[in-house]
Design a protein around this ligand. Structure first.
Ligand code: TMP
Length: 208
């Protein structure tokens, strides 16, 4: 009963906390759950994440950055995601292909079709069954991200960049309404959590 679920959204949208909450809920019900993330979900990915987002992040051209995210994904799919799904596990992933389209495409302005082509190579046939988009206004998301003290390459980007990324995520969700569930992350945590687990459980039960 394998299922691949991704969590997406701008900085400070709450996706990581909701991923953990869903993992806890599903484990409590007896599901075999893997929690992972991009970039950084594989062994090589840890080094790639430091290169992409670490405190000593080096200058990177937009295209070089795109290749590194795709390299991270190719390794992550091969090493972690595909084997877990093959064993019938539920994989919860913090960011996946939609982040590349939103950040490198809508945010950085790289061609969306080029990104789709490279991403398809990296994913090698793996697609999320369900994607939760945690939507939050940019000012609120950045306020939360700064409050937890993080400041990576993207968190230092101008507001207009984050507005493009947010609009990009919403456009992706509108184009694939069957896969995406958009949640207003300004709502109380327990309400959003309840909505996420209801959708996930319905999907899991439908597969029984
Ligand atoms: P986070 O996992 O702490 O949210 O940070 C990951 C950062 O990496 C976030 O700013 C978005 C960025 N990112 C991309 O730009 N492209 C991608 O394909 C992925 C997976 C992440």
């Amino acid at each position: 009963m394998s299922l691949f679920i991704t969590f997406e959204g701008i900085e400070g949208c709450g996706k990581s906390s909701h991923l953990r909450a869903l993992a806890t809920r599903l484990r409590g019900l007896g599901y075999d759950v893997v929690e992972t993330r991009e970039p950084g979900g594989s062994r090589a990915g840890t080094t790639l994440r430091a290169l992409l987002l670490g405190p000593e992040a080096v200058p990177l051209e937009a295209l070089a950055e795109l290749f590194l995210y795709c390299a991270d994904r190719a390794q992550h799919v091969a090493e972690v995601i595909r084997p877990a799904l093959a064993r019938g596990r539920v994989v919860l992933c913090d960011r996946f292909s939609d982040s590349t389209l939103a950040y490198q495409g809508y945010g950085r302005g790289l061609d969306l079709e080029t990104i789709r082509t490279l991403d398809a190579l990296a994913r090698d046939g793996i697609r999320p069954h369900l994607t939760f988009l945690l939507d939050v206004p940019v000012t609120e998301g950045l306020r939360r991200a700064h409050a937890r003290g993080s400041s990576d390459r993207f968190e230092q980007a101008p507001l207009a960049f984050h507005e493009r990324v947010r609009a990009g995520f919403r456009a992706l969700a509108a184009a694939e309404a069957d896969r995406f569930h958009v949640l207003e992350s300004t709502r109380p945590f327990h309400e959003v959590e309840g909505a996420i687990s209801a959708v996930a459980l319905q999907r899991l039960e439908a597969q029984r």
